[in-house]
Design a protein around this ligand. Structure first.
Ligand code: ASP
Length: 320
């Protein structure tokens, strides 16, 4: 079996380190290929052999539920041999540097290396040292490109387009790689991006990334088509950024009352993990008509299949 659509299209990059720098055409190509995999993933037989014989290693230096499982499933469904490594069970605990770990893995002739690391820029550093394709599965507060791609796919499938939509990204923008990747992607695709957060949770000069800045949910959500909620990333905070989670929910937590000013068809998104009652009310999160949170998880597998497929085409040739 071959990739469902765009089977011979080529992607001009060896790695996927971020969304910044990708063109609208390149983003659309990934989404189009992913659309094909969404359909394939609904079939009883979800497997193809297009990555047969190729080796994929998932190297996670930070915790993950969705992303790691999703990359693992993606590789398996494409027929690759997939190995999971976490920092806990590796020689990183014995003091091995990131570069030494990369060089060691490189010597084993990998084809794809999926990396999550708590330091911004670490994945790029590693990509410069290895021969295989490297995919950034989240580096510090820098980028999380496959999250933004799956978010875009979810929006495109539900609302039919990205161009011209008003997307409000709300919450802890300061520490969020998801926000950064989404801002780059949505701008490239012609959406209008707003960020909504208290000043303490916004990076300085955020407007330079090309988004409108709002400090209240009332103005930020007005006529929005998409409301994307983010978690308070306590693990990246040094010190107190909000007075209390209760007060934070009162001003910035998404509930039906705050949602009233958005467009009637507005959809709700969250990359997970969710903190119910902190950034989002449970009823809203579980509202099957408006919440796309589980669609995001489903589409994540298809997007990662598309990325693995496109990045390895060079080494596989386009002949399958
Ligand atoms: N899962 C996302 C990430 O890894 C969002 C989050 O952790 O809040 O960045």
């Amino acid at each position: 079996m071959t990739a469902p659509t765009h089977a011979t299209a080529t992607f001009p990059h060896r790695h996927l380190l971020g969304i910044e720098g990708l063109t609208a055409e390149q983003i659309s190509l990934i989404l189009d290929v992913a659309d094909g995999y969404v359909e394939q993933n609904k079939k009883p037989n979800k497997k193809t052999a297009i990555l047969s014989g190729l080796t994929q290693v998932n190297l996670f230096f930070e915790n993950s539920t969705r992303t790691r499982t999703s990359f693992e499933l993606a590789g398996i469904r494409l027929g690759a041999d997939v190995i999971n490594m976490s920092a806990d069970g590796s020689s990183v605990k014995k003091g091995e540097t990131l570069i030494d770990t990369a060089m060691t893995l490189n010597a084993m002739h990998l084809d794809a290396l999926v990396v999550r690391h708590n330091a911004s820029g670490a994945v790029k550093l590693l990509a410069d040292k290895v021969n295989c394709s490297v995919i950034n599965a989240g580096d510090g507060n820098h980028e999380h490109p496959t999250q933004a791609l799956l978010d875009a796919l979810a929006i495109r499938r539900r609302l039919g387009r990205l161009e011209g939509l008003v997307v409000a990204i709300c919450g802890d923008i300061l520490h969020s790689r998801v926000a950064r990747s989404n801002i780059h992607l949505l701008n490239a695709m012609g959406a209008h991006v707003r960020v909504v957060a208290p000043p303490t949770l916004l990076p300085s000069q955020i407007d330079r990334l090309g988004c409108e800045v709002h400090h209240t949910m009332k103005s930020g959500l007005k006529d929005a088509d998409v409301v994307m909620m983010l978690r308070l990333q306590n693990e990246r905070m040094s010190g107190q950024y909000v007075p209390s989670t209760r007060e934070y929910f009162y001003f910035y937590g998404l509930d039906y009352e705050k949602l009233e000013v958005a467009k009637p068809h507005a959809v709700i998104m969250h990359p997970g993990p969710m903190n119910r009652g902190v950034e989002i009310d449970s009823e809203v999160a579980d509202d099957l008509k408006r919440s796309m949170i589980l669609d995001q998880v489903e589409l994540g597998v298809a997007v990662r299949m598309a990325v693995l497929d496109l990045l390895t085409r060079g080494r596989r040739g386009n002949a399958e």
